[in-house]
Design a protein. Structure first.
Lengths: 369, 188
């Protein structure tokens, strides 16, 4: 090897050709690997963005500034009061007999912020609990007791099957039937949707975590768990006639009326798995699994979501305190990923001034402007 | 070309930091672009991305301090002026991005209202208000700055290999090895 810089001669230029090639190849390989990881080279790969696109398509339109799913709801505030029973199961601070304040949200399923409250089969409760040790726990729970499908791909197919046909404005029944045939596990969910009694209020609805989490106590013992928020407000059935007659904002009005009379309470009931119980949220655990009540969710007030504290919160169910961990539940990871994209999009809508209705700056629907 | 031994090579700390951070930054770029797309790996990748980003921020502080105390070897006198200028500009850009990326990420997570979780329940304080406009601006900036950083990293790598394999002028060896092995380690 020469001790000096190579003199620029035709010979040295020829010698440099393999080196140039190697450099170009190395840089190109890195750039291609990066593009592959990003999903740019595989248009068929299901990414968080593409899943969110499918949800937006199924919604019929993009409702700027609103959550891409469960778009309609109200903010609530209150506290969780632990009863001490959870301390043996998880080191999360809020299971101690203390009050942990939360900013929450009660909502209905569906992508339209103008959905009819009394016609929504799915209702949900989300909480962001800030415990006094500086840690946070976010929960996003639903009124269905188990998930309709067992995989992220099937969830995506379900979303696509529910996309309205441009000709009719309604989902294509043939496509929905084809989806149901391809995913027999969905029959259980369809049965729940068709036959489970409807309650008259968010206040008497049970909200289920559905996904599986791990509780870890101070000794390091790990247990798979699922939980439900079970209302202390007695169940009352809402008949189809009542649902047809109800106001568009029936649930929000009902909630405000109930809160004017007093706080609303749900018990947090945790079900403990036995070894071998599935983590997949489409599969229920046997009825005989032990259940423990660990505390009470107390809702004290509600406010409109456009101006309420819950608006700019992503209720990512994987924001967890120490003592609570994610399980290998595939739906849980996908929810976290899609919620993140949905949050990014609606915050961008708000930042770019395209979300007058979502921020309370328009009295009318955006589509009417 | 006869540069004095002590000034032809970066000191041990600089080399250690350079190669550690080279791996960390490449990992961060791939983890970052992967976690925003993946429906299954996001939780694991996010919990790696946040503390690794803060680690890079801490390391770049040490690195800049070391660089100011121990200036890097001069580029070969015979290197064309335009290449010297490009080297200088790209190094300034790399340092700027190494500082800015973690800070923008930290501020962005703060502005999104998320806890800035590190590990074992330990979180950093928020450094930006929880606000949709601040979040949206920082979130967009984080993406574009990451792409810029990746581009500059690739350019830096190409230039390093150009010095190692084509110019063979000892510039690569200055970062690849200590002064004791001067010149014997750049053979391709």
């Amino acid at each position: 090897m020469p001790d000096l810089d190579p003199a620029v001669t035709p010979a040295s230029r020829r010698r440099a050709i393999p080196a140039w090639l190697a450099i170009v190849l190395i840089v190109a390989a890195l750039a291609l690997a990066f593009a592959w990881v990003a999903g740019w080279l595989s248009p068929g790969r299901l990414t968080s963005q593409r899943f969110t696109n499918a949800i937006e398509t199924a919604n019929g339109q993009v409702w700027r500034g609103f959550r891409r799913a469960h778009a309609k709801g109200v903010c609530v505030a209150g506290y969780f009061e632990g009863n001490g029973q959870g301390v043996a199961l998880s080191s999360a601070r809020l299971f101690a007999p203390v009050r942990t304040p939360f900013v929450g949200r009660l909502s209905i399923g569906g992508g339209s912020p103008y959905g009819l409250d009394a016609k929504a089969r799915v209702r949900s409760m989300a909480l962001r609990l800030d415990s006094d040790d500086g840690q946070q726990w976010r929960m996003a729970m639903n009124s269905f007791p188990f998930f309709g499908v067992s995989s992220v791909e099937a969830f995506y197919e379900q979303t696509r099957a529910n996309t309205p046909d441009p000709a009719t404005g309604k989902p294509d029944p043939a496509r929905q039937a084809a989806f149901a045939r391809a995913h027999p596990e969905f029959a259980r969910f369809a049965d729940w949707a068709a036959h489970a009694p409807w309650s008259t209020s968010w206040a008497n609805t049970t909200f289920n975590g559905v996904d599986t989490f791990r509780f870890v106590n101070r000794a390091g013992d790990v247990r798979n768990v699922r939980w439900s928020m079970q209302p202390q407000t007695p169940f009352a059935e809402m008949t189809p006639e009542q649902r047809n007659r109800a106001d568009a904002d029936y649930l929000a009005e009902d909630l405000a009326a109930r809160l004017a009379k007093g706080d609303l309470r749900w018990d947090m009931v945790v079900t403990l798995a036995q070894p071998g119980d599935p983590v997949n949220p489409s599969q229920s655990w046997p009825e005989d699994r032990p259940r423990v009540t660990l505390g009470t969710v107390v809702v004290e007030s509600s406010s409109a979501q456009a101006t309420g504290a819950c608006r700019d919160i992503n209720y990512d169910p994987l924001v967890l305190p120490t003592g609570v961990e994610a399980s290998d539940d595939p739906i849980l990871a996908a929810r976290s990923a899609v919620y993140s994209v949905s949050f990014n999009r609606r915050e961008h809508d708000i930042a770019s001034g395209e979300a007058a209705a979502a921020t309370g700056h328009a009295a009318k629907r955006e589509s009417d402007r | 070309m006869n540069r004095a031994g002590s000034s032809t090579h970066f000191n041990l700390l600089a080399r250690l930091l350079h190669w550690t951070m080279a791996l960390a930054i490449l990992a961060m770029l791939f983890v970052g672009v992967g976690m925003v797309a993946s429906l299954s790996l996001r939780p694991a990748l996010v919990s790696l991305h946040r503390p690794l980003g803060i680690a890079i921020l801490l390391l770049v502080v040490v690195r800049l301090a070391n660089r100011l105390r121990h200036p890097p070897p001069a580029l070969p006198a015979e290197l064309p002026a335009i290449q010297k200028a490009a080297a200088r500009a790209s190094h300034i850009l790399l340092y700027a991005l190494m500082f800015v990326m973690p800070l923008v990420g930290w501020a962005m997570v703060s502005a999104g209202g998320y806890p800035v979780t590190m590990f074992g329940g330990f979180s950093l304080p928020a450094i930006a208000p929880h606000d949709p406009v601040v979040y949206a601006v920082l979130r967009t900036a984080h993406t574009w700055l990451a792409l810029a950083l990746f581009a500059v990293v690739l350019l830096h790598l190409a230039a390093a290999l150009y010095h190692a394999w084509i110019r063979r002028d000892g510039v690569f060896a200055g970062m690849a090895s200590g002064a004791g092995r001067y010149r014997n380690d750049i053979r391709s």
